[in-house]
Design a binder for this molecule. Structure first.
Ligand SMILES: CC(C)(COP(=O)(O)OP(=O)(O)OC[C@H]1O[C@@H](n2cnc3c(N)ncnc32)[C@H](O)[C@@H]1OP(=O)(O)O)[C@@H](O)C(=O)NCCC(=O)NCCS
Length: 201
């Protein structure tokens, strides 16, 4: 199947949103949904779509830093943080992901950047990033806890009600956190190990 990569255009917006929603529903990578197409104001960005049979089969967005460490974990150089990346399930086996990554690298080079970070909570995507030889640069747990009464009371003084707290910790502290706090385990609020990967070029 012929897969073409090209820049996102404003007229793609509605289709892009629908494709994004399907990709989001098959991955644990995202911890929120979006109702508006991100614009990345004030930042340079790469916004690409993969086309198959004239339709959007995959997409990727990268937002580039204005200062090192603004979005990325490593701070040794200005880099791009990949916010959106995926393809529709029916286009598996056609190298859509790899073509999007290669085209992203070319565009990042043109814009004067030499590093990209891909972070994900999705286990399939983690296996994929290893498979395409990305280097792991960090990991942490992301999880939600029921706050203890002193935290509830403190916020309540300022008229703030709290349903749960969205938190992160390094893997070494995870067993302790689970002992000390009531971690929400039920989908869709369950904990995830988030792993960061980078590509340098
Ligand atoms: C991750 C994702 C983009 C991969 O895209 P893809 O188009 O299926 O991958 P490619 O076709 O480019 O695969 C390249 C190679 O990796 C292999 N591969 C694909 N998925 C893999 C996986 N989950 N684990 C290990 N290897 C994998 C392919 O078999 C292929 O091998 P080959 O070169 O020997 O043929 C896709 O699975 C996806 O859209 N997932 C849902 C969204 C998501 O989680 N995105 C990550 C956001 S952080």
């Amino acid at each position: 199947m012929d897969i073409q990569i090209r820049e996102y255009r404003e007229e793609d917006k509605e289709e892009w949103m629908r494709v994004h929603a399907i990709i989001l529903s098959i991955s644990h990578a995202w911890n929120y949904t979006i109702q508006e197409r991100p614009a990345y104001e004030g930042h340079s960005s790469t916004r690409l779509v993969a086309l198959a049979e004239g339709k959007i089969a995959g997409l990727t967005d990268v937002q580039y830093e204005n200062t090192p460490g603004e979005f990325c974990f490593l701070k040794d150089s200005l880099a791009g943080y990949v916010l959106e990346f995926g393809r529709l399930p029916e286009y598996s086996g056609h190298q859509v992901g790899k073509k999007l990554i290669d085209a992203t690298i070319e565009d990042a080079k043109k814009k004067g950047f030499n590093r990209l970070e891909y972070w994900t909570q999705d286990r399939n995507a983690q296996r994929y990033y290893r498979r395409v030889d990305m280097k792991e640069i960090g990991r942490h747990y992301r999880f939600r806890i029921r706050p203890k009464q002193d935290v509830v009371d403190l916020l309540h003084k300022d008229y703030v009600g709290v349903e749960y707290l969205y938190c992160a910790c390094v893997p070494e502290e995870w067993p302790l956190i689970k002992q000390k706090y009531e971690v929400i385990e039920k989908h869709p609020l369950e904990p995830h190990l988030c792993i960061g990967f980078e590509i340098r070029f």
